[in-house]
Design a protein around this ligand. Structure first.
Ligand code: UD1
Length: 430
């Protein structure tokens, strides 16, 4: 199994190209199930989760062709992928496939909307809490779907004539349930109004793509989304938006090591709250023509308290990385996680590098230390694993991160992007 070896101590200087967003690419790919025409997605990142979803969609009858394997030789590895689902050949998403990635559960929305039925295994995914699917079930039932859970599967059927538009207010903000309800409602009879909807940029990206396919969606980016059902959707060409989590991760890496890096092909507006926190920690952040420049010279890292929240709040997917940064702050900081109940698995691994962190309920107290020392550590989930890389970049000596398959789910060519900026990071295959 691959490991990542980091020798800490180098500043980061150079350019890092930011990939297309994993969390936008996945629902966009799933949207191809809604039409018999071709959906072409540009800027799709090359990640294990994308490959897994390609297998899942193939099982439902989506014909997939990949071209533009390297849009810009040597710099970006984004691909253009064509998805064509002439007929849905199977409305079952089996346990063997869904258990590997939670987002594959989301096929339930398009299958139900287009075929009137879906049998989808209850999901797996990152071990960061119980992550139930009650909101999906309640929301689809509001669109008049009949839903039964049997033997680990959700069996959903639409009434004769299809789903029926309705007003549904989420009791809790959920990105995935918003994606699914929005997709399902595009082909429903009548109008659906979703209240307390997720406002994440990835939801807006999906809505914009669905509209390009002929859907009638308004209000995306606000907490009330209105979807007027249409009879059918057509194909479209859509470019996946930049990955704000990858952007924030590298910005924090620069804040951690010091240096001067341009994050290319990204947009500050996607992560205002996180960038503000990094600024308060002592980095200078400015917009460039095609992205963001992050600089930290001289002065040390200042302690900053954060609380994770749904967009536009501080993203839970950057919480672990920010904790990595705070381990070397000059003072004490507090990080409160409000989205997932078990998202502090990186704490004990950071402690192996010499970090001083104590937990009290959903809040971590981080007392900054003046030095971290490299050690063998283990990646526990996707975002937690990259917090270990950030800490390793500033630690003295060698940090060896094992179980890097977690990293490969969401970070495209991480070691190459960091190495080009002067870091000492390499993949070691056993
Ligand atoms: C998505 C992101 C993930 C990010 C998360 C929160 C993708 C592929 N994944 O995950 O990276 O960390 O948003 O920004 O886009 N919940 C319920 N019942 C449900 C559904 C969710 O209680 O039916 C809860 C969850 O347990 C969690 C909270 O709602 O506590 C938010 O989860 P949600 O926004 O649904 O996360 P995902 O869409 O799975």
């Amino acid at each position: 199994m691959d490991r990542i070896r980091i020798v800490g101590g180098n500043k980061l200087n150079g350019v890092i190209p930011i990939s297309g967003a994993k969390n936008a690419a996945l629902p966009l790919m799933i949207a191809s199930l809604l039409t018999d025409d071709t959906l072409t997605l540009e800027n799709v990142p090359h990640l294990a989760d994308v490959e897994q979803l390609i297998r899942i969609l193939g099982n439902h009858g989506v014909d997939i062709s990949v071209n533009g394997r390297r849009e810009r030789q040597g710099e970006s590895y984004a691909r253009t992928i064509h998805f064509t689902c002439r007929n849905i050949v199977d409305t079952t998403a089996p346990y063997e496939l869904v258990s590997k990635m939670r987002a594959s559960f989301w096929v339930i929305g398009p299958l139900l909307a287009r075929e009137g039925r879906a049998r989808v295994s209850l999901p797996g995914g990152c071990a960061i809490g119980t992550r139930p699917v009650d909101l999906f079930i309640e929301g689809l039932a509001a669109l008049s779907a009949n839903i039964e859970i049997d033997g680990g599967y959700v069996n959903a059927t639409a009434p004769e004539g299809g789903l029926i538009g309705a007003r549904y207010t989420f009791p809790k903000v959920s990105v995935g349930a918003t994606h699914v309800l929005m997709m399902a409602a595009t082909l429903a009879n009548g109008t659906t109004v979703l209240g307390n909807a997720a406002r994440e940029p990835e939801v807006v990206d999906l809505a914009n793509c669905l509209n390009a396919m002929g859907a009638k969606i308004t209000g995306q980016g606000t907490s009330t989304i209105t979807i007027e059902g249409v009879r059918s959707l057509s194909g479209a060409r859509h470019r996946v938006l930049p990955d704000r989590i990858e952007t924030g991760t590298y910005a924090m890496a620069v804040a951690m090591t010091g240096g001067d890096v341009i994050l290319e092909d990204t947009d500050m507006a996607l992560l205002d709250t996180a960038l503000e926190a990094i600024r308060r920690a002592g980095a200078e952040i400015t917009a460039t023509n095609s992205g963001i420049r992050v600089v930290r010279n001289g002065a040390g890292i200042k302690p900053v308290d954060i609380v994770t929240d749904p967009f536009p709040g501080f993203p839970t997917d950057l919480q672990a990385q920010f904790m990595g940064l705070m381990t070397m702050a000059k003072g004490t900081s507090h990080i409160t996680e409000t989205i997932f109940e078990n998202r502090f698995m990186h704490v004990q691994e950071l402690a192996r590098l010499g970090a001083k962190i104590s937990l009290s309920g959903q809040t971590a107290k981080i007392e900054g230390v003046s030095r971290l020392k490299g050690a063998p550590v283990m990646a526990t989930d996707l975002r937690a694993s990259v917090s270990l890389v950030i800490a390793g970049l500033a630690a003295e000596g060698e940090t060896m991160v094992s179980r890097v398959y977690h990293l490969d789910r969401g970070f495209e060519r991480l070691e190459e992007k960091l190495t080009r900026c002067g870091a000492h990071v390499e993949r070691v295959s056993d």
